[in-house]
Each structure stands twice: as structure tokens, then as C-alpha cells.
Ligand binder design. Structure first.
Ligand code: RIB
Ligand code: CA
Length: 309
């Protein structure tokens, strides 16, 4: 059976970087493109970061394009406390030798959908996908699978109600969840079960490769943020869960649900209401419930160790 073609829509972002490196090192999938969106940093920065990560992986066959700079919702997003001013932990990088494709990232995504069955892994705000729906009505039905990291069943991370990717552009998320694609959602209550610890950071540093060194270096400030905000250095691997789902759909226990998004509200804007009641067990939206973190960590270590430099 042909490997799934995968397009990653992303706002790198330290955890985005790990997710992308995992996907690029995994033979189960063919990554056809990485499309940047504004989120953890402005678009110019997330597009540069996407080029940096693809260049670090030495995958000059993978297209990197830029999507939307502005959310459909009405507020400015700032996440430097989490991912650093440059979005990747503020390390020193040279100019990446992976170019930014001149095609508009949303139009490139449409091209990839029309070229054959495609899985989209969305690990940033959903602005690009909402604009895709606007420009190409009905294209949701042509997408084989949409895996989203976002939302929260119970407690958010940007506000008590809202998770960052949804909070950054709730109107875009509302439109995406109202469309007809097959969605698998990895909310915070799932992704908070997936984390790396200091042993993992030491392991990556010990690989004696540029990828290992960069991964360990990016994760250090991310661990310091986790210590300050959560009281432990263990770093959540939010975005990697969306990639993990595509690599092994038996790895994450899921259930059927109906998902709606709050776009108004003073305290609740960006909240996701994930309705798991029995009436929705046959819903086409599947939501991640549990994952074996030890098994995930071993897979991630093994895959990142395959990078030879
Ligand atoms: O809430 C976690 C999400 O927000 C992840 O995608 C992380 O990269 C940030 O964008
Ligand atoms: Ca992200």
C-alpha cells in the first residue's frame, strides 16, 4: 500500500520542530510539503523556521511555503515566552539552504490535495485551512484525513478555557470544524500525557549529530519555560502527537465526539466543547484520549537517531 502523502501546516515553534523532524525521519509517510502559518511567531519567522528545520533534516525534496500572516479573528498573538523571540528557542542559525517556495501556501495546499490522496497535519492556528475552504469550496471532501493538534476537553493553556492554536484564531477553527473533512483531534488533555524529560535531552545531545545537538539546544529553553509555568522541566510534545497518529493509528486511543468552538465570550473565546456523549460515538471526528508516553519516547529517540548529521 502506498505511503500516505502528508502536508504539515505549522507555526514553528519548538514542539512543531520536533514533530516535523519526526515526520521527516519516518518511512511510513511521504512529506510533500511544509506550509507555515502565523502563530508562535509572525509568519515571516515561522516560514524561516520551517526552512531551518527542513534544511536541518537535509530534506531538499520537501517544499516549504508560507500561508497566512493574519488570523481571521481580531487579536494579536504573542508566544515568545514559550518558544523564544525567534520561535525556536533563540539559537544561532545560519541562512537555511532550503528556499521559500514562491507559491502561496494555501494555493500550494490545494495543489497537493488535487494531486492525490492527502493527509494534512495541522499543528498551528487553523487560519490557512479556513482560507483554503473559502478559496476552494468543497475541497474538504477531497482531503483524505485532517489531523489537528488543538483544543482542550477540560482546561486550556492560554486561558483556563482555551488552547493556543484555537485561541489564536477561533473563527478559523469554527469554520474548519464545521466543514466535512475526516478530522482526528489531539487536544491538550491528550498531549499533556506526552512529554520528554532531561534524560531525553541528554540522549539527543549524546547523538553527536547536528540534529541531536539542535534538538537538545531548542528543548532547553522550552524545559525552562515548563519549569516556570508547570513546576517541572518535562516538555510537552503537543504537535508530535498529531504526527504520531499518522505514523501509527493504533498508538493513541480515540473516541467519537462532536466539537464546537466558542468564537465570542469574554472568558471563553477559543474554548472547544468536545462532546463525547454516546450519541456521538459514530461521529467522523475522532478525539485522542490516551497514549503510552514511554512507547512514544522510544519511537522519537529511534527516529531522531536516524539522522546522520
Ligand atoms: O497549545 C499547544 C500548541 O500551541 C502547539 O501547537 C504549540 O506549538 C503552540 O503552537
Ligand atoms: Ca504549533
Amino acid at each position: 500500500m502506498a505511503r500516505p502523502r502528508v502536508l504539515i501546516d505549522t507555526d514553528p515553534g519548538v514542539d512543531d520542530a520536533i514533530a516535523i523532524l519526526l515526520a521527516l525521519a519516518s518511512p511510513e509517510v511521504e512529506v510533500v510539503g511544509v506550509v507555515a502559518v502565523a502563530g508562535n511567531a509572525p509568519l515571516a519567522q515561522t516560514a524561516l523556521n520551517a526552512r531551518r528545520i527542513v534544511a536541518l533534516a537535509r530534506r531538499h525534496d520537501v517544499v516549504v511555503a508560507a500561508g497566512c500572516a493574519e488570523s481571521l479573528s481580531d487579536h494579536v498573538v504573542e508566544a515568545s515566552v514559550v518558544h523564544g523571540r525567534d520561535g525556536l528557542g533563540d539559537l544561532e542559525w545560519g541562512e537555511p539552504d532550503v528556499p521559500l517556495d514562491p507559491r502561496d501556501g494555501v494555493d500550494f495546499t490545494a495543489e497537493m490535495i488535487h494531486a492525490g490522496p492527502l493527509t494534512i497535519v495541522a499543528i498551528g492556528p487553523l487560519t490557512n485551512l479556513a482560507v483554503l475552504l473559502e478559496r476552494h469550496p468543497g475541497i474538504d471532501r477531497e482531503v483524505e484525513h485532517l489531523v489537528i493538534m488543538g483544543g482542550a476537553s477540560f482546561e486550556g493553556n492560554v486561558t483556563p478555557a482555551a488552547e493556543f492554536n484555537i485561541w489564536a484564531d477561533p473563527e478559523a477553527a469554527r469554520r474548519v470544524f464545521a466543514a466535512q473533512w475526516r478530522i482526528t483531534l489531539m487536544p491538550l488533555d491528550l498531549t499533556h500525557q506526552a512529554s520528554l524529560n532531561d534524560d531525553d535531552l541528554a540522549y539527543f545531545a549524546s547523538l553527536d549529530t547536528l540534529v541531536g545537538a539542535r534538538v537538545a539546544a531548542m528543548l532547553e529553553p522550552y524545559a525552562q519555560f515548563h519549569l516556570a509555568w508547570h513546576g517541572r522541566r518535562d516538555v510537552f510534545m503537543h504537535d508530535a502527537m498529531a504526527v504520531y497518529e499518522v505514523l501509527d493509528d493504533a498508538a493513541i486511543l480515540k473516541c467519537g465526539a462532536r466539537v464546537s468552538v466558542e468564537t465570542g465570550g469574554v472568558h471563553s473565546r477559543g474554548a472547544t466543547f468536545i462532546d463525547r456523549r454516546r450519541v456521538h460515538t459514530d461521529s467522523d471526528v475522532r478525539v485522542g484520549v490516551s497514549v503510552d508516553n514511554e512507547r512514544f519516547r522510544q519511537l522519537l529517540r529511534a527516529r531522531l537517531a536516524t539522522y546522520r548529521d
